[in-house]
Design a binder for this molecule. Structure first.
Ligand code: FAD
Length: 307
């Protein structure tokens, strides 16, 4: 049944069962917080003392829970839990041609070092994306893997946004107050297209990243040369939002995948991702060197795949 509970101080908690009902609630209460795992909102309310008057639990809306395998990729409902996503990726890696699942493998690796089992069992994909934490472990990977977000407004209009263009500022995303995230579309990778995850934290298990990243390169064999047809380089933990190293990306596209490309790209990367001396989070030197070493590791890893 749909539920509506009222609490102390006028707090309202809804649990709609249909998308239409959810959209009506979002129109009526544009400032309402959506909940799935409550692993972000719970902390905001209890530890940061933030007050929300209207909470809408979206766990029971079928459209937000889809996991649908398409010809060109995977559609993932925004309320899908991380454990469920991990299981699906593992199954797909076994079933589909290896060329198609480079992104899936990167997500599997990143999810291994994401929180603990209890959090992953309840935390959702959409909750992570929409919180837009500058240190989200998954957002740089959505950006790198050419994912698209399906966004629906209260009238039911649907639009697509590229993950790469979705994050606008500190916890700010390209979504209006009457819009919600419906689903994520993750395209399959192609032959000679490689996606890799990176995360450096103080501790390997259950720790927040110092710097993380998602990188992708799409190569073409031309005689003895390997030409970069397309690429993405996205970082977390180096700015108030997950960001693309766009100058470096533009520089490597069209070039031959060689040691010279690596050396020049590392130089450009230093002007592309700039962490100021007084940047929040400290450890500036360390974060600068992580930014470079992730790209260095990516270069070696891709070259090894092509051997
Ligand atoms: P909720 O708290 O339920 O919701 C979060 C926000 O998303 C709310 O503002 C809500 O309004 C919005 N939202 C949810 N769904 C939608 C939608 N469909 N459309 C629009 N807005 C929506 N994060 C990492 O990246 N890496 C980690 O290693 C990590 N470890 C953690 C460890 C612990 C102990 C904890 C408590 C958190 C950790 N997190 C980590 C952060 C958090 O768990 C994730 O961001 C999680 O995916 C949030 O999902 P949720 O369903 O719990 O979000």
């Amino acid at each position: 049944n749909p539920l509506k509970l009222s609490g102390f101080g006028g707090l309202k908690w809804y649990r709609p069962l249909e998308l239409q009902h959810l959209l009506e609630l979002k129109l009526k209460y544009p400032d309402a917080k959506l909940l799935v795992g409550n692993s972000e909102v719970g902390i905001e309310m209890r530890l940061k003392r933030m007050q929300y008057q209207v909470l809408i639990s979206v766990t029971h809306v079928p459209e937000l829970n889809v996991l649908s395998v398409k010809d060109d990729g995977l559609e993932i409902g925004a309320a899908v839990r991380l454990t469920e996503l991990l299981k699906t990726f593992r199954k797909l890696v076994n079933e589909r041609p290896a060329d198609e699942t480079s992104s899936c493998k990167a997500f599997i690796e990143q999810l291994k070092w994401f929180a603990g089992t209890q959090i992953k069992n309840v935390a959702s994909v959409g909750g992570n994306i929409c919180t837009a934490s500058p240190i989200s472990d998954l957002n740089p990977l959505w950006m790198a893997s050419r994912a698209k977000f399906q966004i629906i407004d209260s009238k039911g209009n649907i639009r697509m946004a590229l993950a790469e263009d979705f994050f606008l500022g500190y916890r700010k995303v390209n979504m209006a107050s009457d819009e919600i995230l419906l689903s994520i579309f993750l395209p399959w990778t192609r032959r000679f297209e490689f996606v890799k995850e990176f995360k450096q934290a103080h501790r390997r298990e259950d720790d927040i990243a110092i710097v993380n990243a998602g990188m992708r390169v799409y190569l073409e064999e031309k005689g003895v040369e390997l030409i970069v047809l397309d690429a993405s380089i996205a970082y977390g933990g180096v700015a108030p939002l997950s960001i693309s190293a766009s100058k470096t990306k533009e520089f490597i596209i069209g070039k031959n995948w060689t040691q010279e490309l690596l050396q020049s790209a590392l130089k450009i990367l230093q002007t592309d991702i700039v962490i100021k001396e007084d940047a929040p989070g400290g450890m500036v030197e360390f974060r600068r060197s992580l930014t470079l070493s992730f790209f260095f590791k990516f270069f070696l890893w891709v070259s090894h795949q092509m051997d």
